[in-house]
Structure formats: C-alpha cells, structure tokens
Ligand binder design. Sequence first.
Ligand code: SUG
Length: 446
Amino acid sequence: MSATEINFDGLVGPTHNYGGLAQGNLASASNEGKVSNPREAALQGLSKMRALLRMGILQGALPPQERPHITSLRKMGFAGRDADVLASAARANPLLLANVSSASCMWTANAATVSPSADTGDGKVHFTPANLSSHFHRSLEVDTTTRVLRAIFAKDKHFTVHDAVPFHTFGDEGAANHCRLAASHGEPGLEIFVYGKSAFAKDGQGGFSARQAMEASHIVATQHQLWTGGGALLAQQSKAAIDGGAFHNDVVAVSNGPALMFHAQAFEQREAFLEALKRACAAKSFDPVLLEATEEELTLPEAVKSYLFNSQILTLPSGGMALILPHEVEETPRSKAFVDRILAANGPIREAHYFDLRQSMRNGGGPACLRLRVVLTEDERAALGNRGLVDEARIDALEIIVRRHYRDRLAPADLADPLLLDESRAALEAIGNVLNLGPVHDFQRI
Ligand code: SUG
C-alpha cells in the first residue's frame, strides 16, 4: 500500500519562555531566566514548515495551548476573575506560574505515539497521547492535545485516538521515544519503543532519572495492536545517554524508512539490540540501513550539544531522503563531518538542509522535537479534510497572526501580566480558525 508521511509541527505559543523547567535537559537548564522572543520562535518554526512544503513534504500544524493555564490554577483554589487568579498565583508562587505558562506543547514529538495502519492489528491508525507525567508543566498538555488529535483525526473508520496511559507512575513521552523502520512508509514496519527504565526499578544510581517507563511503552504497543504481527520491539535507552543530557531518545537516534541514524551510546546493550533489530526487520523482509556515529568520530556531549540526531529524516517525492538539521550542527565541526560522510556514502540520504531554530533549541527542542509524524494512506488523508493541514496560504495567515499578537520579548516577570493572557487567547482563537479545529481550548468551551 502506498502511504505518505505528514509532519504536524507544533506552532510555538505566545508565552514561549525560558523557565528552566526541564530535568535532564541541559539547554533548558542553562538558559533559565533569559529573555525569550516568542514572535521570532514562532516565525522560525513557520519558516521550517514553509521550506518543507516547498520540498514537497506534506505539512500540518498543531496549535499552541492556552497559557497561563487558568483552569489548572482554579483547580488549585485560586479564584476570582482571571486577572485575580493570575495575580494571586504570581504572589503565592512564581515558579508555579512559570509551570502553568510554559509553551512546551510546541514539541509535538511529545504529543503522542502514532502507529500507521500498515502496522496495527485492526488496520486503523492508532494514536496514544503522551501523559508526560514526568514533569508538571508538560502533564498539563494532555487534555487539550487529546481534544486536538480527536478534532483532526475524527473519523472512526480510520483512526483511533486512545486516552493517554492513565497510570502516572508509568511516564510516557510519546513519539520522542519511538522509532519506526519499514521498507517504505506504506509497508508494515517495526516500531521500536525506547524506554529509560521500568517504573518498578529501584533508583539510587544517581544521574538524571529516566522519563519513559518500560510499562508505558508496553501499554502503547499493546493498545496499538502491534505485537501479533511482530511489529514492536522494546529497547532500553542507555543510562549514559540519559545522564549525558539525552532526556528523550530522539536526542541520540532518528529513523526513516529502513534507515536508523544513531549514536553508538544511544542504546543499552548495543550489540544485542542491533541483533534483535536485524532479526525483526528480516521477519518483515527488509534490511535496516544502520547509520551509526561511533564514539571516536563524535562524542556523546558533541552529539547532545549540536542536536545532530534531533534532525528530521524525510522521504522526498523523488524517493531520496533529506536531513533537516539545526544550524548548531553546521557549527559543530565533527557533527557536520558526520553529515558530510553520510551524504558522500551514496546511501539513502541525499540532501542536508540547515535551519535557524535557536529560540526552541535554547529549551532543548530541535527540528525533530517540533514535529509529530503521521503516516497516512490516501483514503486516510482524504478523511482529514483540511483540518490541521497547512499550505502556503495558511502559513501566510499564521505568520500574520504571530506578527500581530506575539511579543518579541518575554521575561519571567511578564508571565503575570494579565494582558499576556488576553493576547494569547486572541492569538489562539485566530489560529484555531485558520487550522479549522473547532473549540479545543478550555476558554472556548466554558
Ligand atoms: O520536555 N523542554 C522540553 C523539550 C522537549 C524536546 N522534545 C523532544 N526531545 N522530542 C522538555 O524537556 C523546557 C521548558 C522550560 O524550561 O521553560 C522544556 O520543557
């Protein structure tokens, strides 16, 4: 069956800021408290979307969510008019306000795990929104994300959008810890679920704690009906990678079609993992193309700092593949040398394109973090109508909204400004109209 991939990028929200909220994420920690530029951040993301469209890639966008999240503050007992709720939360606990203000839903690789219909037992496309329970600020995304996915992928005949994994000790971070290998998008594939540890493991080893529980990965693979066809493999992310700042596996590995590009230290028990992978691919009648960076050619710190593996690998209409990379890779000589080696190797990857995503990168979000991949057959694509999809005209419209409603400067103290909430809601209304999503935000539903 032929199928195409749509990349749904997260549109950066009006409260994009540097809160230093993310544990194990070195960029977020080192940029805490800096002044952000939400307008520039959103425009950087939109220009990546436009460039990919021009390369012939289908592109969608998921909207920002309402922040500061007034509903959450009310659940904590803050009361009165919205402006009073904000003011009393800011007085009581500025860190709480920072958490309910994060624009972190922009990193849609953490929105959900998606299994194409070629892989699943019932032939539907399955989605499980990530519970993101490892971090309070990220856990606030789940309800709206679920509504957004159900608004876009609404037709029962083709799509199942499950509830997020309900057991919060089983942390699930979505597609950022999931790779798919297949001969081509439309063929049955092997889905690799990469976990950090079992939720029942005794910790006490020091270092950063793992966000993805093995049990969550297993639940997602099970509800997507992947086991019967031999379509799933559980793999453990290496402790060294997590401690080195790879808080998600997509900081050290990325796949597309039969290709897996990864750092030698990405997986625990590397050799056993690669053996299992080759066997599972052979059972699906294809050989994986392994593009590995050895420790000698690129250290783990270099990989994490440059975000080489947080690139997108895309299948172009011509059939070749392109790498979508952040500028930081170009500025890191040995990461750039790896890319050049891959391009010279006459393998599946033919092109490399570099983008300025610095606003998002300062919070640890590269090109791959900013997108959710959804592989669809032609019928499935037709069922979407135009919900959530973007073309150049929609990107033009989104750019106008961003220029009109987004600030070009946001410091931590500004999060308490009630005008910021009004501006954000106005922007969200307008964005929802462009993307044709209906009322998905709490403030639109009350
Ligand atoms: O969860 N940063 C996000 C970055 C997510 C990147 N996604 C992928 N690797 N797929 C995180 O660590 C920082 C927000 C702040 O500090 O204000 C943050 O949440």
